[in-house]
Design a protein around this ligand. Structure first.
Ligand code: ADP
Ligand code: FBP
Length: 317
């Protein structure tokens, strides 16, 4: 199994709220609420450690409400290398309605003192050697610039490590200039990079292949229940997720990325990797929390995942 470092610059406590139908402007009575340590890099770490990898989590964490994170890291067996910053980590509300609609309300996050980013860079200098892959995932805190993110990617790439980036907007655009090895945009994030709507499968395929040509080896484009497109060094595969009943889509993108990285680090063929990652992400949306490869029907979910060549439509496997 591999050693992996995940970086979450803007973690969050996820407040999962289940309710029948949201009545905006009214008093709503929730069926249940649950607070979990979250943020994209931490979710990726959750999945990877569950799959047997040796995972270190780092980034920038509010010192004033760190307890749920510290507890989660200890329970999951994650090595905690977060830099503590003054203040509280944000709380992101996730509303899941009975009909399957999920609404995310994500906070901006903490302002980061300059010395904390310097401390993180110094820590990365000691953490990076010996890792086999680094994942940088999630939004940026309000006063960390996209250029600073690009600087972090460059510094890690200088250690000769593959870097996967999952972010959006200007952070994605700027991060791409530092040539991460892989990215996992959803359709909207890919359109944000392209600067125009990508309405057809062919337009999304061409955009992903263009990113390959610009030096991004792996481009994994997710589109919810629709499909996953994986362009790798100029050739593409596509998967259609199995049909499942949606309870919470939070963590699905993180699960997809972690599942793909697991296959890559395990040296699996691409078709197996894409099938596994797509099915694991579909498993995730059936409940609160990340995808569980030990789910009793996970084998069946993989069988129900269709993997095909997006150019010819030929089904594989
Ligand atoms: N309704 C759904 N049914 C089945 N699988 C889903 C569904 N929504 C998401 N997934 C799985 O989760 C992956 C990531 O979801 P997506 O919404 O595209 O990511 P993100 O959360 O990053 O926007 C999809 O590629 C798919 O495998
Ligand atoms: O950093 P951002 O973009 O605000 O996203 C943070 C949110 O992303 C999550 O990691 C979920 O991500 P995905 O649903 O895209 O997998 C939540 O835990 C967290 O609240």
């Amino acid at each position: 199994m591999a050693r992996v470092l995940t970086l979450t610059l803007n973690p969050a406590l996820d407040l999962a709220i289940r309710l029948g139908t949201l009545q905006p402007g009214e008093v709503n009575r929730a069926e249940s609420t649950r607070l979990d340590a979250g943020g994209k890099g931490i979710n990726v770490a959750r999945v990877l450690t569950g799959l047997g990898h040796d995972v270190t989590v780092s980034g920038l964490l509010g010192a004033d409400n760190e307890a749920p994170f510290v507890r989660a890291f200890a329970e999951l067996g994650l090595r905690d290398a977060f830099i503590r910053v003054p203040g509280e980590t944000r709380i992101n509300a996730k509303l899941s309605e009975a009909g399957g609609r999920v609404t995310d309300l994500n906070g901006p996050g903490l302002r980061i003192p300059e010395h904390a980013l310097e401390a993180l860079k110094a820590r990365l200098g000691t953490l990076a050697p010996g890792q086999e892959a680094v994942v940088i995932a999630g939004s940026l805190p309000p006063n960390i610039s996209p250029a600073q993110l690009a600087g972090l990617i460059t510094a890690i790439r200088e250690h000769g490590l593959p870097v996967w980036l999952d972010t959006s907007g200007p952070a994605l655009t700027s991060g791409l200039a530092a040539r991460p090895t892989g990215i996992k945009p959803n359709e909207t994030e890919l359109e944000g990079w392209a600067g125009r709507p990508l309405e057809t499968a062919e337009a999304r395929l061409q955009a992903a292949l263009r990113l390959n040509a610009e030096g991004i080896e792996d481009v994994l484009v997710s589109a919810g229940a629709g499909s996953v497109l994986w362009a790798q060094r100029g050739t593409a595969l596509e998967a259609v997720p199995p049909r499942v009943t949606v309870l919470s889509t939070v963590g699905a993108g993180d699960t997809l990325l972690a599942g793909a990285l697991h296959g890559l680090l395990s040296g699996w063929p691409r078709e197996r990797t894409l099938r596994f990652a797509t099915a694991l992400a579909a498993e995730c949306v059936r409940h609160v929390g990340v995808g569980d490869p030990k789910a009793v029907d996970f084998e069946a979910l993989q069988h129900q995942t269709v993997v095909r060549n997006p150019s010819t439509g030929e089904t594989l496997g």
